[in-house]
Design a protein around this ligand. Structure first.
Ligand code: HXC
Length: 256
């Protein structure tokens, strides 16, 4: 890998570090391709139960690579693999946690929001500065952001480049937790390890059902949730989980 560092931890956590520090981790096509290839491999790997994507202590990602995009035509941007990869990210079935320190701007903020949870360092800042470039967000920055923080704050961020501090992002519901810069990554890895130790098929169904809340009507979402719930009664993990509860012992998940 040229632009990311990849590790598989013995806690069943897959770790992806964005690694273009000289360009503030700007998300060029090569980097995004490496991210999606690694996520796809983790998704199929039984030794991975949860993924953490992080940058470094100063920057998560400063957005799409402006130098790569600057001269693009409409057709080139429509065909851009880099943007299409955000759609492929939605199809990853295992949970993904973004561990964000420093700036998450533009496509970087959108990448964090495309993950299932965001753990922030206290120096994290979130923004959609595209308006300064004569464009608008193109990978969820007007949609996921608005659903997370509401219209008032989203409008201010998208129209007038307001950045949120970690504390504001927490108050507005964009991030799950805020930790000191020293421990944000270890805490994200700890939470990921806890999730990775849970019943894998139930985790997959749970992620699927919560995400459906953003796309379906309430009636459709409730129906999807019920199907996912019912399907789990065909797994040995459901039998094991309930049997373990009744017999006051710890469950051993098989992912079957
Ligand atoms: C390409 C970038 C970059 C980017 C920073 N760099 N951001 N290169 N694309 N998004 C490069 C700089 O050109 C510079 O390279 C080096 O990284 C260091 O950046 P500086 O600006 O010198 O650092 P600093 O003064 O600390 O400022 C950091 C910063 C600023 C606040 C993050 O770099 C910045 O505002 N970046 C752009 C943020 C942005 O507009 N993002 C939205 C992009 S559009 P050199 O070679 O000069 O050393 C977008 C659309 C998404 O994301 C669409 C869907 C995917």
């Amino acid at each position: 890998m040229e632009y990311i560092l990849v590790e598989k931890l013995d806690t069943k956590v897959g770790l992806i570090r964005l690694n273009r520090p000289q360009a503030m981790n700007a998300l060029n096509s090569g980097l995004m391709r490496e991210v999606i290839e690694t996520l796809t491999a983790f998704d199929q790997d039984p030794d991975v139960g949860c993924v953490v994507i992080t940058g470094n202590e100063k920057v998560f990602a400063a957005g799409a690579d402006i130098k790569e995009m600057a001269e693009a035509s409409v057709v080139e941007i429509m065909n851009s693999e880099m943007i299409g990869i955000y759609d492929r990210l939605r199809n990853i079935q295992k949970p993904i946690i973004a561990a964000v320190a420093g700036v998450a701007l533009g496509g970087g903020c959108e990448l964090a929001m495309a993950c299932d949870m965001i753990i922030a360092a206290d120096n994290a800042r979130f923004g959609q500065p595209e308006i300064n470039l004569g464009i608008i967000p193109g990978a969820g920055g007007t949609q996921r952001l608005t659903r997370a923080v509401g219209k008032a704050i989203a409008m201010e961020m998208v129209l007038n480049n307001r950045w949120l501090s970690a504390e504001e992002a927490y108050q507005f519901g964009l991030v799950n937790r805020v930790y000191s810069t020293e421990v944000y990554l270890s805490e994200a890895l700890r939470i990921a390890a806890e999730i990775a130790a849970r019943a894998p098929i139930a985790i997959r169904m749970a992620k699927d059902a919560v995400n459906a809340a953003f796309e379906l009507s309430l009636a459709e979402g409730i129906r999807l949730e019920r199907r996912n719930f019912q399907v789990l009664f065909g797994t040995s993990d459901q039998k094991e989980g309930m049997n373990a509860f009744i017999n006051k012992r710890e469950a051993k998940w098989q992912g079957q």
